[in-house]
Design a protein around this ligand. Structure first.
Ligand SMILES: *Cc1c(COP(=O)(O)O)cnc(C)c1O
Length: 409
């Protein structure tokens, strides 16, 4: 922990300043009407993140409700296959099947402390919507989830889960009717209902303090990882941490307590879609240029005249035209190595993990696994791969492409 590291300013564990800038990236580009909301959130976050009661309640829910600590599993057959010591951080075993619940619990607890009675969220694949609806059911709060109409149609099981959990799911038909449009609609709602409503953002994106706050709620991943490595290998750090990046929250959590440790190489997998040379990609760090999206200055996929372009990935959770400002900073400063992984690379890696270890990963996590085929590790290298979620939600996609993967392998 580097709570007291003065280079980061008071109270920040991350390379961020008080205005929410990670180098050139971040900040809070918001309409005037949201200014009060964001200030109130900043104050509440600063007050409660070090509050012992808040911390106790957060920790006990992570333990008894989510099932933490998530195991750090030594994948011996995968290790033999790739010639490195590969450990999987099993976020797929969390309640609701992914890392998103960590942030949903932290955020909704904060909302309750702030006296909010209504929770709103955006969702793409539906994982963040399900996590938020789950925590709202647990805490008896009203929940409204904005979801692009296109995604509502292609993610039926998650839509049904949210409804059973008591959430209202609002299909958004503007734009391409996907995640970017759902986020715009959630921000619009927040503008109209500033007093009773708390906006739970599902990744390390949005105006300051969201990227920092969401990273903090996910930082339990690297905190546990260090303790678990100590008992597995007798030291607290691996040689590599690998994670996939959509907006960047599971990667932020997996990197968090290791960012300052230059013995550790940080590797981020972004979704190349059909390839970074095609116009069907979501490799934002590779293809994006500096711009502003959803309240933050970051790398954005855009046309030469600044129109945000529609990204593409086989994985709905990585299909976002921006990336959290922390990751834009870590990548452009050279701290992380960013590897674009194609749909095909991810599918192959998912089938390989299933075959060798009996674990069906989320399609998002399969992009992190795809890095194992693209990067050469040395024998003895300790690689921790953050397995951000489980693959149940992706079964239809996996079965659809099964023949293509098996024929050419
Ligand atoms: C949402 C999601 C992601 C992508 O979001 P990040 O904020 O980049 O972590 C990755 N994996 C799973 C399983 C997800 O549900």
């Amino acid at each position: 922990m580097n709570n007291t590291d003065t280079t980061y300013g008071l109270g920040h564990d991350l390379p961020v300043d008080d205005a929410g800038y990670y180098g050139r990236f971040g900040g809070a580009y918001i309409p005037e009407i949201l200014y009060r909301n964001v200030e109130n959130l900043k104050e509440a976050y600063a007050r409660y993140r070090n509050d012992p009661d808040f911390q106790r309640e957060f920790d006990s829910l992570l333990r008894d409700y989510v099932g933490r600590p998530s195991p750090l599993y030594y994948a011996s057959r995968l290790s033999a296959h790739y010639g490195a010591e590969i450990y999987l951080k099993r976020e797929d075993l969390n309640h609701t099947g992914a890392h998103k619940i960590n942030n949903a619990i932290g955020s909704v607890l904060l909302a309750k402390r702030m006296g909010k009675t209504r929770i709103i969220a955006e969702t793409g694949a539906g994982q963040h919507g399900v996590a938020t609806a789950t925590v709202c059911a647990l805490m008896g709060l009203k929940c409204v989830v904005y979801m692009g109409a296109t995604d509502v149609a292609r993610q039926t099981p998650n839509v049904e889960r949210m409804k059973m959990l008591g959430a209202e799911v609002v299909p958004v038909t503007s734009g391409n009717a996907t995640l970017k449009d759902a986020t715009n609609e959630a921000i619009r709602d927040w503008c109209c209902n500033p007093v009773d409503t708390f906006y739970v953002i599902g990744s390390t994106v949005g105006p300051h303090p969201y990227p920092e706050m969401v990273a903090y709620f996910q930082s339990v991943i690297s905190k546990e990882m260090k303790t678990q490595l100590q008992s597995h290998i007798g030291r607290e750090y691996p040689d590599y941490v690998v994670a996939c990046i959509g907006g960047g929250s599971n990667a932020a959590g997996a990197f968090y307590h290791l960012i300052d440790d230059d013995r550790v190489k940080l590797v981020a997998a972004e979704a190349a879609g059909k390839g970074v040379d095609t116009d069907m990609s979501a490799a934002t760090i590779r293809l994006g240029r500096e711009g502003i999206i959803h309240g933050s200055r970051t790398l954005v996929m855009q046309t030469p005249d600044g129109q945000i372009t529609e990204p593409y990935s086989i994985s709905a959770g990585l299909d976002y035209p921006g990336v959290g400002p922390l990751h834009a900073y870590l990548a452009t400063s050279g701290r992380t190595e960013v590897i674009p992984v194609t749909d095909r690379g991810a599918l192959r890696a998912a089938y390989r993990l299933t075959e060798l270890e009996g674990i069906i990963p989320a399609l998002e996590s399969a992009h992190a696994l795809g890095v194992l085929d693209m990067k050469k590790f040395s024998a003895g290298d300790v690689v921790v791969l953050n397995l951000s979620g489980r693959g149940d939600k992706d079964m239809a996609t996996y079965l659809k492409y099964r023949d293509m993967i098996c024929d050419n392998d």
